[in-house]
Design a protein around this ligand. Structure first.
Ligand code: PLP
Length: 396
């Protein structure tokens, strides 16, 4: 059997998105900036794509900017708001310890430029506290950035409450909603955010394309200089096939959301309970209830995450350990450290992220193979041997 359980890393394009992509590439090949008929057809499609994204997010089309994906959208939102704040003497930025590297590394760069970065803790549950945010945000704050849903442990953050605090202090709020859009309801006005980043390939669209929502009046400066595309905020000829593919995937994901969420919740519960019943010394990462419907993340004691992934791959199972960006490096995931996992335990993590096309039979297969592979990896782990011989104490 083959089971793809790594949907937080990327998704396969939905057939309807492939169709929209290829149809656009084939037939609507014009440059939207060209004045002739072929260009104008492309311009019309671009306009309708923008309107459809805006309608789904509860935004105005003028607040939608097409970008190359989540990373670019995060970078542009953070840098725009930070530099606008600095002009008014505000050099503090409040964010969380569990953001994606697209946010954390941009904040690192801003820190080197003299900004003060405050990363709020998340505690064991992996959820930031709105009260901690309230204490950290003040009138010197240039920007707050809190992700809507975490990519590793799936926890959903109280963005709406934090938005109210930001509003009261007149501070702009950015949310990285890359893992949320297409999976849980997302509306910019209900959230109250000023910036929002989304990425097509996390909900069945093509890679290398995404959206930055920037509320009217929120500062926005271009990362890429050149032509006047995207109302002078993002130069470069628009990737219309990808944009059309993204919009098709977004519409389909949102239309199917209730059904796929119910399906995923059922699989999620079965997988979590099955792992807990079959494997000793393991612990679920993140909050049990307040998490994305497809996310299952565990730490196993006496297990090396990389070995676990390789043996699972031999069984036809695609999963991940930590985030795709940190795997391959020896640093344990900053998210797992932030929820209080010690290094050894954080190294033994497994993230299974299910998608709507995963079946109950596939979950049965996961529940057959994962305990077998964990046992195999433990059988040659010196840490596991020490735990068995009492030379080390179990933590989980
Ligand atoms: C995948 C991801 C990103 C990066 O998106 P890309 O489109 O791959 O650049 C940013 N934030 C989160 C939470 C993600 O999961």
């Amino acid at each position: 059997m083959f089971v793809y359980a790594d949907h937080a890393a990327t998704t396969r394009m939905l057939p309807i998105a492939v169709q929209a992509y290829t149809k656009t590439a084939d037939l609507i090949f014009g440059n939207p900036s060209s004045l002739h008929t072929v260009g104008q057809r492309a311009q019309e499609l671009l306009t309708s794509c923008r309107e459809e994204v805006a309608a789904i997010l509860g935004a105005s089309p003028r607040e939608i900017y097409f970008t190359s994906g989540g990373s670019e959208s995060d970078n542009q939102a953070l840098l725009s708001a930070a530099y606008a704040g600095a002009k008014k003497g505000k050099k503090k930025i409040v964010s969380t310890a569990i953001e994606h590297h697209a946010v954390l590394h941009t904040l690192k760069k801003l820190e080197k430029e003299g900004f003060e970065i405050v990363l709020l803790p998340v505690g064991e549950s992996g959820i930031v506290s709105a009260d901690d945010a309230r204490r950290a945000i003040d009138r010197d704050t240039a920007l707050v950035s809190v992700m809507l849903a975490n990519n590793e442990i799936g926890t959903i953050q109280p963005v709406r409450e934090i938005a109210e605090i930001c509003k009261a202090c007149g501070v702009p709020l950015h949310t990285d909603a890359v893992q949320a859009v297409g999976h849980i309801p997302v509306n910019v006005n209900e959230l109250g955010c000023d910036y929002l980043a989304l990425s097509a390939h996390k909900f069945g669209g093509p890679k290398g394309t995404g959206v930055l929502y920037a509320r009217t009046g929120a500062p926005l400066s271009p990362l890429i200089e050149g032509g006047a595309q995207e109302r002078n905020k993002r130069a470069g000829t628009e990737d219309l096939p990808s944009i059309a593919g993204m919009v098709a995937a977004l519409k389909a994901s949102v239309a199917d959301m209730d059904a796929s969420c119910a399906h995923l919740r059922k699989l999620q519960r079965k997988l979590i309970e099955g792992i807990e019943a079959r494997i000793s010394h393991c612990s679920l990462n993140g909050d049990r209830a307040n998490r994305l419907p497809g996310n299952v993340s565990f730490c196993f004691e006496g297990v090396e995450g990389e070995a676990l992934l390789l043996y699972l791959d031999d069984e036809g199972i695609c999963a991940s350990s930590g985030s795709a960006c940190t795997s391959g490096s020896l640093d344990p995931s900053h998210v797992l450290l932030a929820i209080g996992r010690v290094h050894d335990v954080a190294h033994g993590s497994l993230r299974l992220t299910l998608g709507a096309e995963n079946t109950e039979e596939e979950v049965d297969y996961l529940l057959e193979k994962i305990p077998y592979v964990v046992q195999k990896v433990r059988s040659f782990s010196p840490v596991w041997r020490d735990l068995q011989e009492g030379k080390r104490k179990f933590i989980l």
